[in-house]
Design a protein around this ligand. Sequence first.
Ligand code: PMP
Length: 314
Amino acid sequence: TNATWHPEWIWRNGVLTPWENATIHVKAVGHASVSAIFEGIRAYRSSDKESLLAFRLEEHLDRLLMSARLCRLHIPYTTQELHTAIVELLIANEYEEDVYIRPWAFPGGLVREMMVPSGAECEVVIDTWPMASNLSTPRDCTAAVSSWVRINEASMPPRAKTFSNYHNGRLAVLEARANGHDIPILLNERGKVSEGPGACIALVRDGVVITPSLTNGVLESITRDSALVLLREAGIPVEEREVDRTELYLADEVFFLGTAWEILPVTILDGLTVGDGKTGRVAALLEESYTAVVRGEGEGHKDWVTEVPRRPKA
Ligand code: PMP
């Protein structure tokens, strides 16, 4: 997808809108942006190539409403209405490849108050763009523990998916890149492992998968949840708990988990080779079962995917 590409249709406040018409006044940008919230969802092309499969749509839309509640914003749509909107939008744009779906909401109107009041009515927008999955493509990254500390419950709750929260991750990414690493790992205010800038993290030690529990400054990740379910089903023991930085250094495997990054193995961490420096056994096994579910193969977890039919050709 090049920089000038855009979809034909974007969903805005209940209406499929031509891309060119989806504009706002400059005054609408500023304080309204500070309290804006969003979601990131993937729809995968099914293995039989007959449809797109939106992954855990209900859970993502529930999380959008959860973020709205935590930010005291009013979204004037139900999850059912937003669910229908996403399906209609994918059909209207005639996607046949893997797609990323970005619903977001921001206080509408010409916001004049620095402190957007409780209950502010939101504009809701849904954008989409092609994003090829990296599942089944060998890949890895280098990572480094960041000197930036993860935002925490006492200041900027990480559980809410607000655009503002991403300034923390952005600073960490810029630092990591300046030092020649791909991705930062943030520790929380207690010095325990929290997550990456746009994904959760897990490690494998002595055959046990360990991931920071949800009270360690992490987003309530849907990929993390899916991975824990699939790993347990495969008979692999999993632990959700506080994780020390040095456990990362002693791990046989470390990988990120998130909608966009999917399952991304870390092969070098703070200059130390992780395991044998290749994708590990557990990450590979998880990737295989995750791929089968998101692409609609087999009978497992059919309720995790929403089938989006192709628009019948005229
Ligand atoms: N943490 C952060 C900060 C994220 O931005 C994301 C991506 N949404 C995740 C974790 C992973 O969440 P999910 O699996 O729901 O995409």
